[in-house]
Design a protein around this ligand. Structure first.
Ligand SMILES: Cc1cc2nc3c(=O)[nH]c(=O)nc-3n(C[C@H](O)[C@H](O)[C@H](O)COP(=O)(O)OP(=O)(O)OC[C@H]3O[C@@H](n4cnc5c(N)ncnc54)[C@H](O)[C@@H]3O)c2cc1C
Length: 392
């Protein structure tokens, strides 16, 4: 791999940098590493930002042109992420759509589904949420019990999902349901696209440790879903879900990396402001985080290369997610130690350093080792499917 940037790439960097400087709204700049998707107004602003980015051709740059992307090179994609981090831009609000469902539909969707859904994912005209986890199906996802029964040209869905991020603001949900209860666990599952405004859906917010309610319980009571919204074959949704999860752990981690880098830059600024740049322990820790961040980036390049060459993420993508979550938590802890007791003061108080973003970040980072597969599960995947160790 050669990551030296040529003239063409440097020209592209200049173009993106200038564009971000002009177009990134001031009220979103610097909210980069702890932007909330719980607040409806914030989501509206983030949505408008994604739309503006799309109009300029900066969303789904790596998607093939036939699907509304730009067919960009790996290097251009990387430069875009680097410049978003430099400008302290938030991540895309519809990232589940862009980096998980989009690639899944390109692989498993019908031409009609691709035509109907892909463009609105890029523009954020339709926000997506992920309806996988249930009260008794988190790590053990194949235990899911939400039922879908075929009735004429519809499926009728009944059951409950939990921890559904953004369900309260989403227009659509990609949902895993059980369509054949008699089949072995991994076999009778199907993958549906559900309009969140369908009658019979009730959404109940769950308050997180941060004090915000970004995720929800979602109840389905006889919800009718058109049969054409089935992705892949009936009862074979597990394979479709594996594609989605692989993208969540691999490509999405690369995108989350923007926030991590932002937070690191901000932490360095904080250390300087607090006059702690000469503290040897702090310097040591920052250097460790810096090296870790760089290693994560290089590992991300490896995955991106494979994906952009027409491959797809495999189980080894779990290393990125695992390593990212560890770094994220270490960074949050380091910031807390640097700031000291004031790090506990939340947004809204005049005493909160950096407007309380470090308090929020520390609490938010608790979930990093849980969402998109817990660290234990990712280690199991790496042990079994990458290293070939005996099954857990
Ligand atoms: C911030 C956040 C956002 C989320 N957003 C979404 C979303 O949008 N959509 C969605 O579908 N889900 C979402 N989730 C849910 C997430 O995918 C689950 O929380 C996760 O899969 C773990 O499932 P669980 O919570 O049921 O824990 P459990 O599976 O009950 O696990 C409990 C503990 O047991 C450990 N454990 C379980 N099995 C094993 C094993 N075989 N070996 C070793 N240890 C094991 C786990 O590592 C964990 O520590 C979100 C979670 C978080 C924290």
């Amino acid at each position: 791999m050669n990551f030296d940037f040529g003239e063409r790439e440097e020209a592209f960097r200049k173009e993106v940098r200038a564009w971000l400087e002009t177009h990134l709204p001031e009220d979103l700049r610097g909210r980069a590493f702890a932007a909330s998707r719980a607040d409806v107004n914030e989501v509206r602003r983030l949505r408008a930002w994604q739309k503006t980015m799309h109009e300029a051709g900066y969303v789904g740059m790596d998607w093939p042109r036939e699907f509304g992307g730009r067919g960009a090179t790996l290097v251009e994609q990387i430069i875009l992420f680097q410049e978003m981090a430099r400008a302290e831009s938030p991540q895309l609000v519809n990232r589940g759509g862009v980096s998980m469902l989009g690639p899944t539909l390109m692989k498993h969707g019908t031409p009609a589904q691709q035509k109907r859904f892909l463009r609105n994912i890029l523009t954020a005209d339709e926000l997506w949420c992920q309806g996988f986890s249930e009260p008794n199906a988190g790590s053990d996802l194949a235990n899911l019990q939400t039922r879908a029964v075929r009735n004429g040209d519809h499926f009728v869905v009944t059951g409950q999902k939990v921890w559904t991020s953004m369900a309260h603001v989403a227009d659509w949900c990609f949902l895993l349901v059980r369509t054949d209860p008699a089949a072995p666990r991994h076999k009778g599952i199907s993958f549906l696209l559900v309009d969140m405004r369908s009658p019979g859906i009730a959404i109940r917010p769950l308050r997180q440790i941060t004090g915000e309610a970004e995720f929800n319980e979602v109840f389905f009571d006889g919800v009718r879903v058109p049969a054409e919204n089935l992705v892949g074959r009936l009862h074979e949704g597990w394979a479709v879900a594996i594609t989605t999860l692989a993208y969540e752990r691999d490509l999405l981690t690369f995108i989350r990396h923007i926030s991590l880098r932002n937070a690191l830059h901000r932490l360095v600024r904080l250390v300087r402001e607090q006059g702690k740049g000469g503290d040897r322990l702090v310097r040591q820790k920052i250097a460790e985080l810096w090296i870790g961040e760089r290693a994560l980036e290089l590992n991300g390049y490896r995955s991106l290369t494979r994906i952009l060459r027409g491959g797809q993420p495999g189980p080894e993508g779990s290393t990125s997610k695992l390593f990212w979550s560890q770094l994220d938590q270490e960074l949050a802890l380091t910031a807390t130690q640097v700031v000291g007791p004031y790090s506990q003061i939340a947004h809204g108080s005049a005493w909160a350093p950096d407007d309380g973003q470090w308090e929020f970040y520390e609490l938010l980072a608790r979930g990093s080792g849980i969402r998109a597969g817990t660290s234990e599960i990712l280690r199991n995947i790496l042990g079994e499917r990458v290293l070939g160790l005996p099954k857990d």
